[in-house]
Ligand binder design. Structure first.
Ligand code: RP5
Length: 167
């Protein structure tokens, strides 16, 4: 597990080390915004007991949002959501066999009663999961709200400063 100096507020978990190439983008956004977070491999099918333990202990450890990335039969986000009331944002990892459509549908199609906020497949979903987690925390954190506003302003300015796609 990695975390920043402060107690982690966001848990970035994934079903396999192979998901890190995607999920690093969520962690990168959180780091850029100064959100204390941890990173952890928790597999719904390979380490089910650890999954239960992680979800059950998350609130008590001060985690406020969980970002969960998984690919294929991607039950990790849904199972985490089943075991904690914390908001869970799911990132469908692009699978080799079905290009992430399997991951997307597994994560998005939660039956009523246990929500998982589902993001886009791959890097875009991971980046946006980080931003969404930050937005939730920013509701009660003025410094983070300022950092998020600045991030968005920089992004806007970058587009405005580079209008010619050929250069
Ligand atoms: C899922 O199976 C993981 O989330 C990963 O996306 C996928 C493949 O895992 P590996 O076989 O690469 O470990 O549990």
């Amino acid at each position: 597990m990695t975390d920043t100096a402060s107690a982690p507020r966001v848990g970035v978990v994934m079903g396999s080390r192979s998901d890190w190439e995607t999920m690093t983008h969520a962690a990168d956004v959180l780091a850029e915004l100064g959100v204390p977070h941890e990173v952890w491999v928790v597999s719904a099918h390979r380490t089910p007991d650890l999954l239960f333990q992680y979800a059950e202990e998350a609130v008590g450890r001060g985690i406020q949002v969980i970002i969960a990335g998984a690919g294929g039969a991607a039950h990790l986000p849904g199972m985490l959501a089943a075991k904690t009331r914390l908001p869970v944002f799911g990132v469908p990892v692009q699978s080799k066999a079905l290009n992430g459509m399997d991951s997307l549908l597994s994560i998005a199609q939660m039956p009523a009663g246990i929500p998982v906020g589902t993001l886009a497949i791959g890097r875009a979903g991971a980046v946006n999961a980080g931003l969404l987690a930050a937005a939730v925390l920013a509701l009660h954190d003025p410094a983070l709200a300022k950092a998020l506003d600045a991030y968005r302003s920089r992004q806007t300015q970058t587009v405005l400063d580079n209008p010619d796609p050929r250069s």
